[in-house]
Design a protein around this ligand. Structure first.
Ligand code: GDP
Ligand code: IMO
Ligand code: MG
Length: 423
């Protein structure tokens, strides 16, 4: 197995970073392939907690080269803040590479994101306000600026100035916060200079690494149901988190991918708006928030919570060609009297077998549940399958059967070693 994709199977925050951190030990490259600093990836090592937005989660190993792939949109102030923070904590970022093809985010993207969200009112998406959508719009309409352009300071400066002046008008058009183009230009010329040593032709780099036998992990941000094509549109992000996005966002073709690990929480969470069939809006939902500490890493927002939904996982298994699932946060369910898992959807009393292809239909589904007795004992830190309580093992078996793929990892706490690994 040379190239592995790690992809979220729900609405994000499944614990992707913890699994990547665990798998990274046997890999030489960890590559972010889409999204930007809307991601919040938490890695806990001993008493140290790292919350990463842009830097690939493998950065903590000095045997790993972290790569920001071409599919990522890069916010330079965040990148440098993160590098400074990691380095001040003794984590070297000298090996970090940023794809020359990755697009840059500018402050006007954030102004436009905020203005569009405000204009949507009750129909807002609930974005992270990081400017991801507007930066992706610039990429698709071919007016974006890419990281590689900083290697030619003269043309970069001219293009930056031209874009900043055009963007000032676009921001005014959508009623956004006005900004001074020359101030932004000066700020970003300095950032551009600092970016130069990190810029690389990462597509060739990764192919050469693979051809010489290196093992490569492709780190997804967000998740399947936030995917611009396969997610609950319009309540989605503006990129392709699905496994196919890993090929697009790194340049490693589909046949180079050997393994696709889908990360799923033992329950479900969502930040932002949009339908959520297995949502719990009662005190059981509050308990999941409290015990699971379900507050966004990036925005601090309270996450919505609900039971595990295997209809979602089955669809995620299909669209990502999952080879396996890593189930996280099982320990959060330890104190519940009963644990439910959604195994089907019905609309108007009739069971449906396909995942609904519109949010309107998704909002109509009535979830069907299997109820298991709670195991009512601590699973925290358990690392062997046999040590798990029977009811917890039954939950895993239902998920495997319904999703149609094996569950190879089971998370039992935030710590690196709190994980059952089944061979
Ligand atoms: P990501 O965006 O998918 O990488 O996930 P986040 O880092 O945003 O959120 C996952 C949260 O759950 C983090 O605070 C992790 O430290 C924590 N976490 C991950 N796995 C486990 C687990 O098995 N049990 C518990 N209790 N916490 C976990
Ligand atoms: P990680 O990688 C959870 C959500 C936002 C919003 C929608 C669009 O940590 O799992 P955007 O700012 O991307 O335009 O917002 O997507 N969202 C996430 N939710 N985890 C994330 O990342 C997310 N990144 C974006 O809340 O609903
Ligand atoms: Mg997260």
């Amino acid at each position: 197995m040379t190239v592995t994709v790690v992809v979220g199977t729900q609405w994000g925050d499944e614990g992707k970073a913890k699994v990547i951190d665990l798998l990274a030990a046997g890999n030489q490259y960890v590559v972010r392939y889409q999204g930007g600093h809307n991601a919040g990836h938490t890695v806990v090592v001993g008493d140290q907690k790292y919350a990463l937005q842009l830097t690939p989660s493998g950065v903590l190993y000095d045997t790993v080269t972290p790569v920001i792939g071409n599919g990522v949109v890069v916010d330079l102030p965040t990148l440098f803040r993160e590098i400074d923070s990691l380095e001040s904590r003794g984590v070297s970022c000298a090996r970090l590479k940023v794809s020359s093809l990755a697009h840059l985010i500018f402050p006007w993207h954030q102004s436009i994101d905020a203005a569009l969200e405000a204009a949507r009112g009750d129909a807002r998406i609930g974005t992270t306000l990081k400017g991801i959508g507007p930066a992706m719009v610039d990429k698709v309409r071919r007016s974006g600026i890419r990281a590689g352009e900083v290697l030619n300071p003269g043309t970069f400066a001219a293009k930056l100035r031209e874009r900043a002046n055009a963007a000032a008008k676009e921001v005014a058009d959508v009623g956004g916060e006005p900004f001074d183009a020359e101030t932004v230009v000066a700020e970003f010329l300095a950032h551009a200079e600092r970016l130069v040593p990190y810029v690389a032709d990462t597509v060739s780099l990764l192919h050469e690494a693979r051809e010489s036998g290196a093992r490569i992990l492709l780190e997804g941000a967000q998740a399947t149901f936030l995917d611009i094509d396969h997610g609950t549109y319009p309540y989605v992000t503006s990129s392709n988190p699905v496994a196919g996005g890993a090929s697009v966002g790194t340049g490693l073709g589909p046949r180079h991918i050997d393994r696709v690990v889908g990360i799923a929480k033992a329950y479900t969470t969502r930040v932002g708006m949009g339908p959520f069939p297995s949502e719990l809006t009662d005190d059981l939902g509050d308990r999941l928030v409290d015990i699971g500490r379900e507050f966004g890493t990036v925005t601090g927002r309270r996450r919505r919570t609900g039971w595990c939904d295997t209809v979602m996982l089955r669809h995620a298994a299909r669209v990502n060609s999952l080879t396996e699932i890593a189930l996280t946060k099982l320990d959060v369910l330890d104190t519940f009297d009963e644990v439910k898992v959604c195994v089907g959807y019905a609309i108007d009393g009739r069971r449906i077998t396909q995942y609904p292809d519109t949010v309107e239909r998704l909002a109509m589904v009535e979830p069907e549940y299997v109820t298991l007795p709670g195991w009512k004992c601590s699973t925290e830190g358990i690392s062997s399958w046999d040590a798990l309580p029977q009811s917890a093992r039954d939950l895993v078996s239902i998920i495997e059967k319904e999703a149609g793929v094996p569950v190879t990892h089971i998370g039992t706490g935030p710590a690196r070693n709190a994980m059952v690994v089944r061979s």
